[in-house]
Design a protein around this ligand. Structure first.
Ligand SMILES: [Zn+2]
Ligand SMILES: [Zn+2]
Length: 413
């Protein structure tokens, strides 16, 4: 028996991840079916050409970021798709809010799932630290080989202990480590979510009136950080219906804040409420009413930390909400997104009003040092780089690296 590895997409880029492992009988596991980050809105037919769709396969999604799952709808209907239990909820909510609900079943493993048998493969999901909630590294054993796929990970978020533990006690005898390298060339120091919490607290305490913040509603680590800092500053965090929906679906049984917690309010904006009603989820909007405030309250009172996105701006403006020089604005996502009008508009809206502009954020991906230390700790026979654009830079200090081209099939030795 032997095992072949093909990285269909991701050897030279960040996003659009799609990796195949096939044994000599032709059984296959596909790791991620991601949408390329630069794919135009609405574009289809984006699966890598080298991925053979005429034969069966089982798909494992590492985490609920679209650059890892965004093409599942294009996969053959009879291919089973597996992911984490909360990841499944988060993938579904994305489709529903766009009113394009996912037209396929997602199978999910248990929260503390041990090794699972999938045909000739033994698959072990290992919960990890990343900006996406319910993110996993995946250990795959077949044909006497052991392959560890990191998915996307970091070592400075609220689940960093999971990665530390893995480095102290790594799964042994790894033949291939498929490792992401998003931040390989980043020289910025990485901050922990706890450090961010202190910075947010300072911003909240030092701002006379409101603080507007843009962040991803699915970045639950960040929601927790903002909530904790708001509470410490005696402020109330105001989230939109979508973020409330996300928390409502995943917070059960965790310490994650959710509607009903003190210092947390849901702003019911007209367009999002209409969207939910059209999804047939009027019950959700009605249930949130108990924890809600109208948008016009954001114009009146001053102690809010307010979620801001372009999609919310018009409703805020209609309700009389206008930023001022006594407010602050913080963009809490990757800075590069500000080149995009969707993200730049709220930033510029606040900036033009004279609000103080801040940038408190930390990456969802491991620093170059942590990537190096992780590879040393796992000590694979071969390191296969993925999810990065700087893997060919000189002076990178990784050993036993095998660079593959997209679609190149390599018989693991
Ligand atoms: Zn990614
Ligand atoms: Zn990710």
């Amino acid at each position: 028996m032997s095992l072949a590895l093909t990285v269909h997409r991701g050897t030279q880029e960040i996003g659009g991840s799609c990796i195949e492992l096939a044994d000599s009988s032709g059984e296959r596991i596909i790791l991620d079916a991601g949408r390329p980050l630069d794919a135009p809105e609405g574009a289809t037919g984006l699966l890598p050409q080298t991925l053979d769709r005429s034969r069966p396969a089982t798909v494992i999604i590492s985490h609920p970021h679209q650059d890892h799952w965004g093409l599942v709808e294009e996969l053959p209907q009879d291919w089973p798709v597996w992911c984490g239990p909360h990841a499944a909820s988060l993938i579904r909510v994305t489709g529903e809010v766009r009113r394009q609900p996912l037209d396929r079943e997602l199978r999910s493993w248990e929260p503390r799932q041990g090794p699972m048998r999938i045909g000739a493969f033994t698959v072990t999901p290992i919960l990890t630290d990343h900006s996406a909630f319910d993110a996993y590294m995946i250990l795959i054993e077949a044909a006497g080989k052991r392959v560890l796929y990191t998915g996307d990970f970091r070592r400075h978020g609220r689940k960093s202990a999971l990665v530390d533990r893995m480095m102290t006690d790594p799964p042994g005898k790894i033949d291939v480590l498929l490792m992401e390298g998003t931040n390989l060339r980043s020289s910025k120091p990485v901050k922990s979510e706890t450090e961010l919490e202190a910075e947010f607290l300072e911003l909240f305490e030092g701002t006379p009136d409101r603080v507007f913040v843009s962040w991803s509603g699915q970045n639950i680590d960040r929601t927790v950080t903002l909530y904790r800092a708001a509470k410490r500053a005696g402020r109330t965090l105001v989230i939109d219906l979508y973020t409330a929906d996300v928390l409502d679906r995943v917070a059960e049984g965790t310490g994650v804040p959710r509607p009903g917690f003190p210092n947390l309010k849901v702003v019911i904006t007209r367009s999002l409420a209409r969207n939910y009603r059209r999804q047939g989820r009027a019950d959700f909007v009605d249930r949130m009413a108990a924890h809600a405030i109208p948008a016009r309250a954001l114009a009146r009172d001053r102690h809010w930390v307010i979620m801001l996105r372009r999609a919310l701006m018009r409703d805020y403006i209609d309700a009389g909400v206008q930023p001022s020089a006594r407010d602050a604005y913080n963009f809490s996502m990757w800075r590069g997104y500000l080149d995009d009008a969707y993200h730049a508009e709220p930033h510029d809206w606040c900036g033009a009003a004279g609000a103080r502009l801040a940038y408190i954020h930390t990456s969802g991906h491991a620093s170059p040092d942590d990537l190096r230390r992780f590879a040393v700790a796992v000590a694979p026979k071969t390191l296969v780089p993925v999810h990065g654009v700087h893997w060919d830079d000189p002076g990178l200090e990784f050993s036993d690296v095998r660079r593959l081209g997209n679609g190149e099939r390599w018989q693991i030795r």
